[in-house]
Ligand binder design. Structure first.
Ligand code: ACO
Length: 322
């Protein structure tokens, strides 16, 4: 039994924040942001627009693309680190809004690797025969926990969501997924506030912001992604030359270029959205996938390599026959 992608969808909030907008907020420049990260603009959710709202639009588009009704879904796995509420999970809120009540639904928090983690979990359910149709979502409103006075982080992040519908079938499908984490790196990338640490009821957003040692994260990310793409191809018994498209997490164009070089892939075979989306964490890989499918670049039968790296540290990959 294999899981195959039956449909994709995505959603971006309408409000665009350009580098010029950020020049007015902090001591930065369009030139610095573009050369260090590749980012030109990012989206910001409207007041009151939530991770669950973004997820709903992306999921609706993916279900429509797959020709699957919400009632036919038996599993929802949603990657997010910016849930609407502490509980219920955003997956449960999404399930009810879609009208898929009754199926299993839960969130996965693996920071920027959230979608690829969720995909790995749903793939395992389908391979084990525990689910036949799964909705897998990555959705984030990261701009809600950005310190808009901190130039080293506020230029990097954006909001967005993507989703896929997986269906059980005899042919692959998802060829292999690899999920990893090393909690020893917590201090390089984290948010210091949680419900049982630092949370003060009534103090709006007190201390809730991203702390990142960017340069060190950068170096570990490049090394780690280099390793995981090799491990993934080896597990599937495949060679770099058999990959049609690299669909990477969109954190920094220089990290993406380093991974592409390792694979010997020209940038024409790499899906890049970081210039327009910034880093949308769990949203980034499914957003890039959906954009590539809808633009006609990714075609049925092609081989896709998805990878992500994020806070934890977590890192994950998926090799897919689309
Ligand atoms: N504008 C202008 N100058 C800036 C800005 C800015 N927005 N931000 C930092 N600088 C300055 C710094 O203060 C520093 O100045 P100094 O030399 O006078 O001290 C200088 O630029 C260089 O800073 P670095 O941090 O060394 O710059 P670097 O080239 O490493 O780029 C960046 C920083 C873009 C953050 C990069 O390190 C990066 O992309 N890191 C990885 C991020 C990532 O992948 N995160 C993982 C996913 S996120 C998640 O899981 C939630």
């Amino acid at each position: 039994m294999y899981a195959r992608i039956a449909g994709t969808g995505s959603y971006l909030p309408s409000h665009v924040v350009t580098n010029a907008d950020l020049e007015r907020l902090v001591d930065t420049s369009d030139e610095w942001i573009r050369t260090r990260t590749g980012i030109r603009e990012r989206r910001k959710a409207a007041e009151g627009e939530t991770t669950g709202d973004l997820a709903f639009h992306a999921a609706t588009a993916a279900l429509q693309d797959a020709g699957v009704a919400p009632g036919e879904i038996d599993l929802i796995v949603l990657g997010t680190t910016t849930p609407d509420l502490v509980f219920p999970s955003t997956a449960c809120l999404l399930q009810h809004r879609l009208g898929a009540n009754g199926c299993a639904a839960f969130d996965v928090n693996a920071a920027c690797s959230g979608f690829v983690y969720a995909l790995g979990v749903a793939d395992s359910f389908i391979r084990a025969g525990s689910a036949r149709r799964a909705l897998v979502v990555g959705s984030e409103t990261l701009t809600r926990m950005v310190d808009w006075g901190d130039r080293s982080t506020c230029v990097l992040f954006g909001d967005g969501a993507g989703a896929v519908v997986l269906e059980a079938g005899d042919e692959p499908g998802i060829l292999t997924t690899k999920l990893h984490a090393d909690g020893g790196y917590k201090n390089l990338l984290y948010n210091p506030v949680g419900v049982s640490v630092g949370f003060r009821p009534g103090a709006e957003n007190a201390g809730v912001s991203i702390r990142m040692s960017g340069n060190e994260v950068f170096k570990v990310a490049v090394r780690t992604l280099d390793r995981i793409v090799g491990e993934t191809l080896e597990a599937a018994g495949m060679h770099e030359s058999q990959v049609d498209w690299l669909i990477p997490h969109q954190a920094n164009l220089r990290i993406i270029e380093a991974t592409a070089r390792r694979l010997g892939l020209p940038m024409e075979r790499v899906i890049v959205t970081v210039d327009r989306h910034g880093n949308t964490s769990s949203g980034s890989v499914p957003l890039a996938l959906d954009e590539a499918v809808r633009s006609g670049r990714v075609q049925r039968g092609q081989t896709l390599l998805l990878e992500a790296f994020g806070g934890g540290f977590t890192w994950a990959s998926a090799l897919i026959r689309y």
